[in-house]
Design a protein. Structure first.
Length: 307
């Protein structure tokens, strides 16, 4: 069981990160670690977790939609990202998805929600996946956007086709080299993914793109630590669960692009091995679907909550 969450931080304040009508506050979730979180709406609690190279700003459209339709929406910046704390990488457990998932459970509890639904995109989806495995008493449903489970992700990358995931290997290198390389021109590195993973450039207006670049440049050590964990301790944790036959014990919705056609795997089959109660949908928009097709994403989350 997760220990009771530490006390919250300052009183709520108007959120200035692009979520009008939401309030923002810092909530302590671990020794010396807080999450900066925006909260809005009322009703059924839903926690939205962002991906790379982004912040909670990526949920601005979906969060407003859900908050207007009977949900209290909780949008944190993950540990190591955005306005949240960026603890030093003193060991692999600091940015293990198990640790980051525990952050989210403690955050929700501190805000008065012992049970909640989760939706995660990219890195946030890996955190949501781990939270649903480790905390079935808290997580009621989970939506996962454009990601594969960690073990399946690594297994799907082979030969020259693995070049599409070059950043996974670069960021997983031992501390020092990736940080130096990224610091040389962070806008070029992080901007590369914002550009090539987007089909509708209008979905990421200049001010939003600039916010992501600024936040990512300020978080290089913690971002690389997050990726190192996914090539190390996260593999250890997921392997133990797979060997034990553990699966996600809640309804699951997965939305993703058809990467399987390019890399030679059956995405729905891979997910069904982990999620017996699965709705899998292949989308035609780009990676940043919560910004390119926010209405579709919000509707899928509502559908998940109704299952």
């Amino acid at each position: 069981m997760t220990p009771p969450p530490p006390a919250s931080g300052p009183a709520p304040r108007p959120d200035l990160t692009g979520l009008p009508g939401f309030t923002s506050q810092r909530v302590a979730v671990d020794d010396g670690v807080w999450l900066d979180v925006a909260v809005g709406g009322s009703g059924i609690p839903v926690v939205l977790l962002h991906g790379f190279p982004q912040t909670r700003l990526m949920w601005r459209h979906v969060a407003a939609d859900l908050a207007a339709t009977g949900h209290i929406v909780i949008c944190p910046d993950l540990r190591g990202y955005g306005a949240s704390a960026k603890p030093a990488e003193t060991g692999p457990e600091v940015y293990a998805k198990r640790t980051m998932a525990r952050d989210i459970v403690r955050l929700a509890a501190a805000l008065g929600h012992d049970r909640f639904a989760l939706a995660g995109h990219d890195r946030g989806a890996l955190v949501a996946f781990r939270a649903a495995l480790d905390h079935p008493e808290a997580v009621t449903r989970v939506a996962l956007l454009d990601i594969l489970p960690t073990l399946d992700m690594w297994d799907s990358l082979h030969g020259t086709s693995a070049a599409v995931g070059f950043h996974l290997y670069l960021l997983a290198q031992p501390p020092g080299l990736p940080e130096q390389l990224l610091a040389g021109n962070p806008d070029a590195f992080f901007g590369h993914f914002l550009d090539i993973w987007t089909q509708d450039r209008a979905a990421l207006p200049h001010e939003v793109r600039a916010a992501y670049l600024s936040a990512s440049a300020a978080a290089i050590p913690s971002i690389t630590a997050d990726y190192r964990a996914t090539a190390g301790i996260d593999v250890t944790h997921d392997t133990a669960d797979r060997d034990a036959g553990r699966t996600l014990p809640v309804p699951v919705t997965v939305l993703q692009q058809d990467w399987g056609a390019a890399l030679g795997y059956d995405a729905e089959a891979l997910w069904r091995a982990w999620a017996p109660d699965l709705r899998h949908r292949t989308v035609t928009c780009g990676h940043f679907m919560a910004e390119e097709e926010p209405g579709m994403v919000a509707e899928e989350i509502r559908g998940l909550l109704a299952r």
